[in-house]
Design a protein around this ligand. Sequence first.
Ligand SMILES: C[S@@+](CC[C@H](N)C(=O)[O-])C[C@H]1O[C@@H](n2cnc3c(N)ncnc32)[C@H](O)[C@@H]1O
Length: 276
Amino acid sequence: MADPTGFPLRDTATEHYDHYSAPLMAPFVTAVIEAADLFPGAQVLDLACGTGFAARAAAAQVGPTGHVVAADLHEGMLRIAARNAPRMYPDIEFTLAPADKLPYPDDSFDAVVCQQGAQFFPDLEAALTEAARVTRPGGRFTATTWTSPADRSPYFAAQLKAITEHGTEEAEARLATSLSCPADRLTAALTTAGFHDITTREVTFAIAFEDFADFAAGHLSAVPWGQSIEETGGPAAFAAAAKTIRATLTPHTAPDGSATLPFTATLTTATLPTTT
Ligand SMILES: C[S@@+](CC[C@H](N)C(=O)[O-])C[C@H]1O[C@@H](n2cnc3c(N)ncnc32)[C@H](O)[C@@H]1O
């Protein structure tokens, strides 16, 4: 059987994922939710929700008359997502499910959003066909995926350098998966799935990290390629990899230890036709 996820994070790392990914993901979450054109009362699916950044942003937009469902196949991620769910909108519903086998009826959602998830689906076409099935005719699909290759982002380039020096082929493959969904691949899969009016554009945000040394090590511990470095080389290899990331990005780091780095993602939108 194919590996059900390209993002096999240890359960114990989900807290770190939530903490360290939050500043990095925040403006991309805003962009992917804005592109979904949500409205009060809308029914929304956050596909591959992780710890629920996009689900919470969607809940704020659709309000108490709307409904947000968040699906992921990682139990640990869903646990944190449920814990973080705002009490104001108690009806965010969390579902343990793989993207290509969603337990919802046809035509359930006005919008499906997928924030940095599509690149990890083992069968992208099957997952998007499932997304099309659960979207109502005329409904929207929006996604962000990191741009590829890594040299578009100094941060991912530094992570790649750290893997080359201290990691293994497995760690390199894990990072490559994270950067493996450029616009043309996602567009082709959405077309196969039956979506129309597909648009893609690059969005770049400068992300500020107050304590970049803390971020470099913390974030590396919360991604599968960092875990792979540690599993293979132990704590010494992990510490050396984090040091390489810091050293590589010294030109971006201020004397007080803060750093501001650009990140670029492809923002994709698509619509399900009203007639087939
Ligand atoms: C990089 S995280 C992104 C999570 C979240 N959307 C965010 O913005 O932080 C990728 C997520 O995709 C989920 N994932 C990977 N493969 C999946 C699959 N086949 N079905 C459902 N979720 C999947 C992982 O468990 C993980 O939570």
